[in-house]
Design a protein around this ligand. Structure first.
Ligand code: HEC
Ligand code: HEC
Ligand code: HEC
Length: 104
């Protein structure tokens, strides 16, 4: 094999890894939290650190930012959106620790 040809797949893979490392899933997403302040949702935390699969959230709970379905805290308290997990059992509850999600 010619030397030049050998490097084509190697370079291709490292380029792909570079992109994969830069952004996990949909990246960092800012959700409007009204008076309580914006909420930063991190794909990196949920996928890399917590170890959740895409299917835990997509597409039953979420599609993308353009097709965002607004949910109130009251609905979250009944298990919608973040509240599907942030219920005090799977993860810290949406009924407390406001500052863990909302940043002023
Ligand atoms: C813990 C829940 C959760 C997990 C797990 C998750 N996502 Fe997401 N994802 C979200 C949320 C929340 C949004 C924003 C949805 C919205 O604005 O309505 C989103 C949005 C996205 C978007 C759209 C981004 C944009 O700017 O519109 C893509 C692409 C995406 N996710 C890909 C992935 C992939 C790929 C995985 C698996 C590696 C994954 N997600 C895992 C919750 C999750
Ligand atoms: C697990 C993360 C999380 C926690 C904890 C949380 N919130 Fe939120 N909150 C959000 C997200 C995300 C939104 C935006 C929802 C959307 O656009 O679908 C939001 C929206 C809101 C809104 C605007 C919508 C509404 O319901 O009127 C207010 C006000 C609010 N939160 C207050 C609070 C208060 C007060 C607490 C603590 C008791 C709290 N939140 C705890 C994630 C959280
Ligand atoms: C499929 C389950 C699931 C969904 C849906 C989910 N989370 Fe989480 N989240 C977790 C788990 C599990 C943890 C880690 C355990 C804990 O911190 O209680 C976590 C941790 C977090 C943390 C702590 C991060 C840190 O650095 O310590 C924040 C902030 C957070 N989630 C915000 C959100 C917001 C905002 C939403 C909704 C837009 C959301 N999560 C939806 C499961 C979920």
């Amino acid at each position: 094999m010619k030397r030049g040809l050998f490097w084509v797949p190697v370079f291709g893979i490292s380029l792909w890894l570079g992109i994969a490392l830069a952004v996990v899933g949909g990246g960092d997403i800012t959700l409007k939290g009204g008076k309580a302040g914006d909420v930063l949702f991190s794909h990196d935390v949920h996928v890399t650190d917590v170890g959740l699969g895409c299917k835990e959230c997509h597409t039953k709970l979420y599609l993308n930012t353009k097709k965002h379905r607004h949910v109130t805290m009251k609905q979250m308290g009944m298990g919608k959106s973040c509240g599907a997990c942030h219920n005090g059992k799977k993860a810290f509850s949406v009924k407390g620790d406001c500052g863990k999600c909302h940043k002023k």
